[in-house]
Design a protein around this ligand. Sequence first.
Ligand SMILES: Cc1cc2nc3c(=O)[nH]c(=O)nc-3n(C[C@H](O)[C@H](O)[C@H](O)COP(=O)(O)O)c2cc1C
Length: 172
Amino acid sequence: MEKRGWKIVTNDITTLMFGIEDASYMAQNIVIAAESLGLGTCYLGSPIWAMDKISKKYNLPKRVVPFVQITIGHPAEDPPSRPRYPMEFTVFEDTYPKELDIDRAMKEMDEGYLGQKYYKNAGFMINPEPLKEEEHTFENYGWTEHISRKLGLWMGDTEEQKALLKERGFDI
Ligand SMILES: Cc1cc2nc3c(=O)[nH]c(=O)nc-3n(C[C@H](O)[C@H](O)[C@H](O)COP(=O)(O)O)c2cc1C
């Protein structure tokens, strides 16, 4: 734009959201391409709170914000597919449904994860501080509790996130 004599007027939230769209589509393509070659992948959500460290490590210039990290490699395991939300909770035609049986979706997800011993086998649990004994068991730790703890415990401070973005050159 500078070379063409333009000044950017689009605000930083909008440009950032464009960027998130672009990065998301790209990331999914990377994963699909890798999988088609028999490789395994794992998205990492960490750039959201580690964008400063990642940017430093890879010498990212200002206004380049890392949003996804993806590990790619030859899989050492062939785990079963994880439980999915029933299709009617994820695919809608023309309009979002007026009512969804959330309890049923939660039940299916939790029973599926507990049945696979997913978190127990992974040895992974988000723990509230201070640790409460009854919450520190894998027997009732399913997907819905995992996600609730994530959003119920992490990154409560808007300013912290804004500061990370500001450091990358985005004034939100
Ligand atoms: C936005 C996003 C962030 C993710 N972050 C992580 C992560 O930090 N660590 C991790 O092990 N997996 C992470 N995942 C991968 C998921 O745990 C899951 O393996 C992946 O979405 C594939 O789904 P599936 O295993 O149900 O097929 C992330 C996935 C998404 C979509």
